[in-house]
Design a protein around this ligand. Sequence first.
Ligand SMILES: C[S@@+](CC[C@H](N)C(=O)[O-])C[C@H]1O[C@@H](n2cnc3c(N)ncnc32)[C@H](O)[C@@H]1O
Length: 264
Amino acid sequence: MWLTLFYSCTGGAALVYTLYRWVIPAAVQYHGGLALMWHDVIVERLLDTLTQSTRPQRLLGAVQKNATRGDPRSVVRAIDHFCRHKEWAMNVGDEKGCILDSVVSEVNPAAVLELGTYCGYSTVRIASLLPPHAKLITLEFNPDFAAIARQVIAWAGLEEKVQLVEGASGDWIPKMKEQFGVKTFDLVFLDHWKDRYLPDTKLMEECGLLRKGSVLLADNVICPGTPDYLEYVRSSPRYTSQYFKSHLEYTKVEDGLEKSVFLG
Ligand SMILES: C[S@@+](CC[C@H](N)C(=O)[O-])C[C@H]1O[C@@H](n2cnc3c(N)ncnc32)[C@H](O)[C@@H]1O
């Protein structure tokens, strides 16, 4: 009887682990809503409770363990490895990250604004490609995420290039000129909450932060999606807009980046 109980418990535990580790993650790979619900809600809460830590803290731990100080590419690699093999996280990710890199290199910006820092993954990607004397301002309203991002950016050796500002985009955009001496941004990476893309774009226009030729690059325009923003940049005579098809970070769900050039 004890032997039967032992085999039942071991078999049950093995089944639950297999479901958790492989079966469910594979099944949700192709469905945006399910993928986000599984990775971003269920698994995150479960691991936070079991480990008494947060996902950003665990991500930082992976950087400190596996990346070389002062080497931004090793920081990016460590985060991608963590997110593909341990825990999904809402970074732009390796696949869309390559598109981001190519746009940064093409624009070769002197002034960049990033909306939505999270743990600093895209911040590191962008900052590591900037020419000398260029500056990246990144906005994050969650103080816990901002604290982790500061450490990730410092680990990559990019503090000199990055100004991380804590607070909401709607509050900071109107103060950019007077607080940071910015004239206009050459590149803006929109990657904060999706319902803010359109109002913040209009706010940047009103505040004179965009010049003829400024590039807006927007993440997650398909998943979770930003329909009002897409409709605006695609139909407005003030922009020429182009879609770069890709996948939601670390999954096979379609997502993409929208690159929109401001025409003045
Ligand atoms: C998708 S994550 C950013 C990921 C990051 N760009 C990367 O690829 O590594 C979105 C972040 O935007 C922040 N956020 C959302 N709305 C914001 C707002 N209105 N102002 C500032 N930060 C915001 C959230 O707290 C979250 O950390």
